[in-house]
Design a protein around this ligand. Structure first.
Ligand SMILES: NC(=O)C1=CN([C@@H]2O[C@H](COP(=O)(O)OP(=O)(O)OC[C@H]3O[C@@H](n4cnc5c(N)ncnc54)[C@H](OP(=O)(O)O)[C@@H]3O)[C@@H](O)[C@H]2O)C=CC1
Ligand SMILES: N[C@@H](CC=O)C(=O)O
Ligand code: NA
Length: 431
């Protein structure tokens, strides 16, 4: 079997692509025996063929002609990122009969349905385990291992960069910018880290996870998304003092007849298993009717770990291609709708910057009561005197469970009080 070969085109040789090129080169014999046929790397598409590259890979393989490579390939591995030209190139590969592996979550979260339909129509395989939580096998378990169960909720830390930043702020007191620069140096952050920091990267992953977990079609536009840029050292210290840690969580949960999908900073108790997820590690909790609670943990970003997920997909779909037979088309569609955040019930911590005057606490507590929100705890921190001599203070309130809609109305009224300077933070609390 292994004397036959099949042609592989690699698009991209950056953080992940360079590691995939290395594995395809160094492990060629081992891969041939696992697949039952020899993968022949026919070329690597990049933007700049003169850039310094990994010397273990044949320099003659680099090209800027991605289309020629795609047209000649049996399997295409797309690791360039972004929407275009990646979308057009993947569609070209699929319609030409090539199986495709990609880690492009931004593309899948926007055009996943179109790509999957193109793969089904061509009778070829499209795999993207690397797109969510890097090396962690999570999409295959959702799609295959749990195919006979009913998933009720998925809760996860799905972005390595923001976990790295929040962990550094929590454990070493690092400043946000320094922690972000280190995450970029280590290859965790996207080329433009806005997608990480603003939560868009985690939101893309949440859309992909929710689509597989709930057998429906969701895009990133269905995900409510808040990032971590507003999280201050004060928020981190206050969370610590109360026995919490702040994490950027992605939550996908059944909500009546629909699914609520959201990404936001969340306070979780330090004894919660997700609180111990450090550095750029990711973890995904899956709750289902029959299996109960499952936790998937591991490196969620970085070149080699992500390449591991790419190679897992590559070996699986190459083996299937070598064995022959039809590709397995996308499964049942329940077509659940995405629900609005406004009715989601949770606890909140709210930070308020106020004038330190007689009755200010009582007035704020009254507004919460008027809106039917019960306060669990209220802390006041004394600030140095204001320039104009007027004393100021920060109040932190932890509420009992309420809806986003109700909290919004409450804070609109509180913000309008003459004694309230501003709302400094609103963070959800999970138990
Ligand atoms: N980094 C990570 O930890 C993870 C990344 N991913 C995903 O994997 C994919 C790749 O990420 P990463 O390796 O970090 O990205 P990089 O930015 O490090 O690398 C991108 C590569 O693609 C090439 N490229 C970009 N545009 C084109 C184009 N139009 N034509 C040909 N080549 C092009 C670049 O060429 P050149 O070298 O010439 O500039 C470069 O080699 C993305 O979809 C990302 O979201 C998924 C999980 C984790
Ligand atoms: N930028 C992403 C990379 C993996 O998907 C992250 O930080 O998790
Ligand atoms: Na994964």
């Amino acid at each position: 079997m292994t004397d036959r070969s099949f042609k592989v085109a690699l698009l991209g040789a950056g953080t992940v692509g360079s590691q995939v090129a290395r594995i395809l080169t160094e492990d060629a014999e081992e891969l041939a025996s696992r697949i039952g046929s020899r993968p022949e790397l026919i070329g690597i598409a990049v933007r700049d063929t003169t850039a310094a590259r990994d010397t273990t890979v044949d320099a003659a393989l680099y090209t800027t002609d991605a289309e020629a490579l795609i047209d000649a390939a049996d399997v295409v591995i797309e690791l360039t990122g972004g929407i275009e030209p990646a979308r057009t190139r993947i569609l070209r590969a699929l319609s030409g009969g090539a199986a495709v592996v990609t880690g492009n979550k931004a593309l899948l979260a926007k055009h996943g349905t179109e790509l999957q339909r193109a793969a089904d129509a061509a009778g070829v395989q499209l795999s993207y385990e690397a797109a969510v939580a890097g090396a962690i096998p999570i999409l295959r378990p959702l799609r295959d291992s749990l195919a006979g169960d009913r998933i009720t909720r998925v809760l996860g830390i799905m972005n390595g960069t923001t976990n790295f930043i929040l962990d550094a702020m929590d454990s070493t007191g690092a400043q946000f910018d320094d922690a972000l620069a280190e995450a970029q140096r280590l290859g965790y952050a996207e080329a433009d880290p806005t997608a990480d920091v603003e939560g868009h990267d985690a939101a893309a992953k949440a859309a992909i996870v929710a689509s597989l977990a709930f057998h429906s079609e969701f895009t990133i536009d269905d995900v409510h998304c808040e990032g971590i840029r507003e999280i201050s050292a004060d928020d981190v210290a206050a969370a610590q003092a109360d026995g919490y840690v702040i994490k950027l969580l992605a939550v996908c949960e059944l909500d009546g007849e629909g699914v609520n999908i959201r990404v936001h900073p969340t306070l979780i108790p330090r004894k919660h298993p997700l609180a111990s997820v450090r550095d750029a590690y990711n973890a995904v909790f899956v709750e289902s009717r029959d299996a109960g609670e499952l936790m998937f943990y591991g490196p969620g970003a970085g070149g080699a770990p992500t390449a591991s997920a790419v190679m897992g997909d590559f070996v699986t779909l190459s083996r299937r291609k070598v064995l022959g037979g039809p590709a397995i088309p996308d499964q049942s569609h329940r077509n659940l709708e995405a629900t609005s955040l406004s009715r989601v019930v949770s606890r909140y911590t709210v930070g308020l910057h106020v004038k330190d005057k007689l009755g200010v606490l009582a007035r704020i507590a009254q507004v919460f009561a008027d809106h039917g929100i019960s306060i669990q705890t209220m802390h006041q921190t004394k600030h140095p005197e204001h320039e104009a001599g007027e004393p100021e203070t920060t109040i932190r309130i932890v509420t009992h469970r309420t809806t986003d809609e109700r909290l919004e109305g409450t804070l609109a009224e509180i913000s309008a009080l003459p004694t309230v300077d501003r709302v400094t933070s609103i963070i959800r609390v999970e138990n």
